[in-house]
Design a protein around this ligand. Sequence first.
Ligand code: ZN
Length: 290
Amino acid sequence: MIVDAHAHMELPIPGVIPCPERQREPLGFMYAYQMVRFRNPLWRGEPPDALRAFIAAENQIRLSMGSKKNLLEKMNRAGIDRSVVLPVAPFSTSSSYLEQCADEPRLIPFSSIYPSDGWESELQKAMDSGCKGLKIHPILQRIPPEDSFYFNLLDMFRNYGRPIIAHTGEFNYFITPDPCSQYGDPLRFERLISAFPDVPFILGHSGLYYPQKAIELARRHESIYLETSFQPLKVVREALTVAGHDRVLFGSDWPESNQRYSVGIARKAAGGNRRLEEKLLGENILALIS
Ligand SMILES: [Zn+2]
């Protein structure tokens, strides 16, 4: 069973209008990046400033392609059995994801909560209605990882015995420079992780441009799981060495990357070890949500 631990359906953030009619990925930097299997020979860390707006625009076009129908089609093509789908409140909501997943056992919804009056009952309703975990996204939600809201949220969420996945990695979603992109720094999540050692904490994208920080955190905290989207083979191998075979999860972040590449990298990282392949490609995430 192959399970993508990180995918989205609609994610209409500011600047992005859903365009599910679009089928082809735009041919830009991100396209080239996946073609070279996320090995970047040109620079280390975040992209140079001159490229920021181009990558943000390309990413927005990719996000616009998100829809249930498109995701299921891409899963068929990439040989993915199930995908964990992540709303990001307030742009997409737990209830709309739950509704769309109700008649589709191949899609596994998480919840997402944005501070408002009554967020507690919203979380309770989402979890009682079948959400299998929680997504937080400090950059898009404009909430620093150290903010008391996330501590209050986890204080309640811990009672469900489910995992949380956080977007990690500095990233500019917008054409104009975004100071909140720094909220993605993996190290800024450590206080939250330390405060709730009983909550399985998935680092989405394993820190993106700074995987060493995410891997270092996983070395320090047993509760951390590393999700592999946008990471090249070398990093996935290192993640497996440091975090062990049970704490690394294949993910793609579709529609922001094509599942075909991340699943290929994960398979290669397993290096013919059938047992490891089963765990990395599906069993590890299923163990957290069942
Ligand atoms: Zn995501």
